[in-house]
Design a protein around this ligand. Structure first.
Ligand code: Z5A
Length: 217
């Protein structure tokens, strides 16, 4: 599904509040300073349909949404996102920076909701074929730190209102994923201050040839 002329696909993952959005902005700035073209997007979302599904997934209008419905909506949004945004950008040779992707499904629906992993694998293969991110940065920090950083915001959404043990399972699922796929999933210690987090990210971007030009550091 992805050939060598295609752009690189980079995803950021982690529990809420660990700094995915802040660090995506930082990576975009690094790439653009070096003259690289990139597309920044997010999941669920990134397209008209995906953003509408995001609204349904995160709003409180259906507190009793079944875990299978939640899973299928994540992948419906992903199918549209791949078709309309991610694959066209990769085919143009652009770097795609995505705030969450399928690892979030393994972590939240697999770890958090405790759905059967084989369901997620089947949908991953149906929707993505063999496409996987070139690099996934899992920003890792204790749940208490992430929640405290995110906590200053308004009312938590339908998923954010889950209890601590849910987020502990999500974090553990991310750590297990990094353990199982060390060739493409890297852990970043996101509990540190922002410049120390950025330094680790910059090192990984160089290691995986995502940053083409050496920046003055
Ligand atoms: N979800 C799912 O269940 N299954 C799926 O397949 C997918 C998603 C794709 C949408 O997430 C929800 O969808 C999410 C998982 C689920 N639900 N939850 N929970 P989202 O990505 O849109 O929302 P989020 O995870 O809640 O993102 P967030 O809370 O905005 O966190 P963030 O982007 O990681 O953090 P941030 O906004 O960059 O930073 C938070 C604050 O901390 C901010 O004030 C920063 O300035 C500050 N910050 C950042 N880094 C630092 C450091 N190092 N030190 C101190 N302060 C910092």
């Amino acid at each position: 599904m992805k050939n060598s002329d295609m752009g690189k696909f980079v995803t950021l993952e982690g529990i809420e509040g660990v700094g995915k959005t802040s660090n995506l902005r930082y990576i975009k700035q690094l790439l653009e300073t070096g003259g690289q073209s990139c597309v920044v997007t997010r999941e669920p979302g990134g397209t008209r349909l995906g953003e509408a599904l995001r609204g349904l997934l995160l709003s409180h209008s259906d507190e009793n949404m079944s875990a299978d419905a939640e899973l299928l909506m994540m992948f419906a949004a992903r199918a549209e996102h791949l078709d309309k945004v991610i694959l066209p950008a990769l085919e143009r040779g652009q770097t795609v920076l995505c705030d969450r992707f399928t690892e979030a499904t393994y972590a939240y629906q697999g770890g958090g909701r405790q759905l059967d992993i084989s369901k997620i694998r089947s949908l991953e293969s149906l929707v993505q074929g063999d496409l996987r991110p070139d690099l996934t940065l899992v920003l890792d920090a204790p749940v208490e730190i992430g929640r405290a950083r995110a906590g200053s915001r308004s009312r938590p959404d339908r998923i954010e209102k889950e209890q601590n043990d849910f987020f502990q399972r999500v974090r553990k699922a991310y750590l297990d994923l990094a353990d199982r796929h060390p060739q493409r999933i890297c852990l970043i210690d996101a509990s540190l201050e922002i410049t120390a987090v950025q330094l680790q990210i910059r090192e990984k971007l160089h290691e995986y040839d995502i940053l083409e030009i050496q920046h003055a550091e």
